[in-house]
Ligand binder design. Structure first.
Ligand SMILES: Cc1cc2nc3c(=O)[nH]c(=O)nc-3n(C[C@H](O)[C@H](O)[C@H](O)COP(=O)(O)OP(=O)(O)OC[C@H]3O[C@@H](n4cnc5c(N)ncnc54)[C@H](O)[C@@H]3O)c2cc1C
Length: 304
């Protein structure tokens, strides 16, 4: 529970309308699932972030950094603490030559579009990824042979103790759907992309082609968090799940997509428990049948 004293203190750092109490997380995740966070604060600048963070550290309240919630399964009980959202309040983008700088709350689609408008190539892969630039760096998001590690030049982060610093590409230690940011619990506030000049019409055509491929292959008509599982070494999660006969397998409102078995979707009224149970069932069956450990790509918030 967040006390009235905490709310009063937060009002010194962010506008009152940016503070929401008992905020249903279902409204902030692409799964459209998740119980209430005690408090959600929409941030508008790095300065606000540092001031709020310093205060929460001082009063020892837990907090979680949220982007677009497109890789998260929040429990039905929600989150006991403060969710700090870095989203549309922090989404300024600027371009200087071949460098594009974006605040962490800009969406991947926005940076891809601005790059295209400036005749800059490199971010076409990002146009269909429904996350923020901050979440994209943390996860080293990627698709169709492109990923953040190929285009990120520098990342501005804030440490859990409120110091800001600039990290270069190497320091990020990008790997498959990971970076050093999560290990250090850093918070991304700004990203500089190094792009190349290209032909605007070609860039636009590439983006449209990739979005069309997604629409054809992925169950975008249902809420989900994208690929539920990481690609296991030497296999494809979706193929293993299909081969195990789990296409359309259902737990309550959660379902293995019939269109793409690597996606668990909210087929209607799914609870977080339904999704979790389905994920565990799939993991157990794949382990038994193929002796393959399916690790989740989706992250969990608010679970014991
Ligand atoms: C339909 C669909 C398709 C998808 N396709 C792809 C794909 O092709 N490729 C791919 O890689 N992913 C894909 N995803 C997954 C998801 O979009 C990515 O993982 C994305 O990078 C997550 O960004 P986010 O802003 O939504 O992060 P969130 O889900 O909000 O958070 C994810 C993690 O990042 C942390 N985080 C978020 N912002 C920050 C920040 N500013 N600073 C520090 N930590 C932060 C959070 O604390 C959390 O640990 C897809 C998802 C969906 C729903």
């Amino acid at each position: 529970m967040v006390s009235e004293a905490v709310v009063q203190a937060l009002k010194q750092y962010v506008p009152e309308e940016n503070i929401c109490l008992q905020e249903p997380m279902a409204g902030h995740t692409t799964f459209r699932i998740g119980g209430p966070a005690d408090c959600l604060v929409e941030l508008e600048s790095e300065e606000q972030l540092i001031r709020v963070q310093n205060y929460l550290n001082k009063v020892e309240l837990p907090y979680f950094i949220l982007g677009n919630g497109s890789n998260l399964l929040v429990s039905d009980e929600g989150y006991r603490g403060v969710v700090l959202r870095i989203g549309s309040g922090m989404n300024r983008i600027s371009v200087n030559g071949c460098e594009l700088t974006a605040e962490a709350g800009a969406t991947m689609a926005q940076v891809a579009r601005v790059a295209m408008e400036h005749g800059l190539t490199g971010l076409e892969f990002a146009s269909g990824i429904p996350g923020t630039v901050g979440g994209g760096v943390v996860m080293n998001a990627g698709a169709y042979d492109g990923e953040m590690s190929q285009v990120v030049k520098q990342v501005r982060v804030v440490s859990r103790t409120g110091e800001s610093m600039e990290l270069d590409n190497e320091t990020m230690e990008f790997g498959y759907r990971k970076s050093s940011i999560r290990e250090h619990c850093f918070i991304v506030t700004k990203v500089v992309f190094q792009l190349q000049t290209g032909e605007r019409e070609q860039i636009k055509a590439k983006m449209e082609e990739l979005v069309a491929r997604r629409r054809e292959k992925q169950p975008l008509e249902y809420p989900s968090a994208g690929s539920t599982f990481k690609r296991p070494c030497g296999h494809f999660a979706g193929k293993l799940i299909m081969d195990a006969g789990l296409r359309g397998y259902q737990c309550g409102g959660a379902k293995v997509s019939e269109k793409h078995c690597g996606f668990v979707v909210n087929a209607g009224g799914a609870t977080a428990k339904d999704v979790r149970r389905l994920i565990q069932d799939v993991q157990e069956i794949i382990q038994d049948k193929f002796n393959v450990n399916l690790e989740t790509e989706v992250l969990f918030l608010g679970w014991e």
